[in-house]
Design a protein around this ligand. Structure first.
Ligand code: FAD
Length: 388
């Protein structure tokens, strides 16, 4: 075995987490870095949306921005209502994945110490005292440190966020590009699941429309494309439209799936490192924080410890929230509407991304409907005490 490993750092997976970290490592010319990515090229496969909460290197990949957003719901009497929030300081923003790849690839081209190996998959890892051997289809490479963003192993857990999104173009102007609909609960509901539509209008003629469910793993759900068709007809009076890009996903909503896969010289990152918030599926900004922290450790010459995406309070609140959603999915519209109606946007946005301070947490707790949350906390405690 040679004295030095082949690379100082290997990143397994050139997806969001892998490229986010690599772009930061482009600032460290002495760190020989290899990225292994099975895809042979990048095409758009998803859209990241989130609020403008912190600086990150992909600002130029933002294609649309909304200073207003709304939650549409029905109250217990069946009356439709809309909760609107506005924040010029923290608008909601959209980044199509192909735009992010372009920004990342352009940055990596200027960093000769980083090798992006497309079409190459990590098959197995073997850790030794001073290096990790990575088996790929075309031989073994070694690295001093491995950041592993390969999809997490194991099942999806009890509850899954499933969604199908379509970018639609209509003949007439029907959308309001000034306001994003984060959740529209006025759509047909089914017992035992949470269902809403999500609409990001990018012009009066175009929008990304997503049919979203929080449902038990394996639940049979109605066809999302048909649901989007009926929704466009009912809300906007649109019968004919073109579908361009389409995306879909299934994100586990279990707080128990956060355990890192390995320790030592293999550090899990991205979804594999627990970055996706179990109660919402948001991960973009947490992955940016993760990349900043890990790169700062490497820049200081340290072997970074695995990033902890959220503290104990946030984990506990996620558990209670998910327990409440599982026990009483019918209360979800009121719960979200109350949260967005009662809490100012900025504390809520910080809380939703696990960077809220105690004052933010207190504001969010005050905005939550008390009875279902207390019932969920008590039910969770009871289940834990009762289980052997
Ligand atoms: C359709 C979709 C939409 C989403 N929208 C949002 C959103 O709007 N906002 C938000 O905050 N979050 C969103 N998320 C959640 C989250 O931000 C994304 O899943 C994000 O891409 C996670 O980043 P990652 O790097 O962990 O995983 P990925 O981006 O999936 O990257 C993992 C990479 O590992 C590679 N890989 C797989 N196997 C191997 C192997 N054996 N060896 C090496 N590499 C391998 C894959 O090819 C892939 O490139 C969305 C998720 C999906 C699926």
């Amino acid at each position: 075995m040679a004295d030095r490993p082949d690379y100082d750092v290997a990143i397994l997976g050139g997806g969001l987490a892998g490229l986010s970290l690599a772009v930061r490592l482009a600032e460290l010319p002495d760190l020989r870095t290899l990225i292994l990515e099975p895809r042979t090229g990048y095409a758009r496969d998803r859209t990241w949306s989130s609020w403008r909460l912190l600086h990150h290197p992909f600002a130029e990949a933002v294609t649309a921005s909304w200073a207003h957003w709304e939650i549409r719901h029905r109250d217990t009497g069946g009356r439709a209502g809309t909760v609107r929030q506005t924040s010029a300081a923290m608008p909601y923003q959209m980044i199509p994945s192909d735009r992010l790849w372009q920004v990342a690839e352009a940055r990596l081209r200027t960093a000769p110490q980083i090798e992006l190996a497309l079409g190459r998959r990590a098959l197995a890892l073997q850790e030794a005292t001073d290096r990790v051997a990575i088996t790929t289809e075309s031989g073994t490479v070694t690295a001093g440190l491995v950041f592993d963003s390969r999809p997490p192993e194991g099942g999806p857990g009890d509850l899954v966020q499933r969604f199908v999104g379509q970018e639609v173009a209509t003949a007439g102007p029907v959308f309001d590009p000034g306001c994003a609909t984060l959740m529209d609960f006025t759509v047909p509901q089914l017992p035992g699941v949470v269902h809403f539509l999500y609409v990001l209008p990018t012009s009066p003629h175009e929008a990304l429309v997503e049919d979203t469910w929080f449902a038990p793993a394996g639940a049979a759900l109605p066809d999302s494309r048909a649901t989007i068709r009926s929704y466009l007809a009912e809300r906007y009076g649109v019968a004919d439209y073109r579908v361009g890009f389409e995306e879909q996903g299934a994100i586990p909503m279990s707080p128990d799936l956060q355990a890192p896969r390995t320790t030592g010289r293999v550090i899990p990152i991205g979804a594999a490192g627990g970055a996706l918030k179990p109660s919402s599926g948001y991960g973009f900004l947490t992955i940016q924080r993760m990349a900043d922290e890990l790169a700062a450790g490497l820049a200081a010459g340290r072997r970074p410890a695995p990033f902890q995406p959220r503290g104990r309070t946030a984990q506990w609140m996620d558990r209670v929230f998910l327990f409440a959603l599982q026990q009483r999915p019918d209360l979800a519209p009121d719960l979200f509407a109350s949260l967005f109606a009662q809490c100012r946007p900025e504390p809520l946005i910080r809380f939703l991304h696990d960077v809220g301070g105690p004052a933010d947490v207190a504001r969010v707790v005050a905005a939550m409907p008390k009875r279902p949350m207390i019932a969920a906390a008590a039910g969770m405690l009871w289940r834990r005490t009762a289980s052997p």
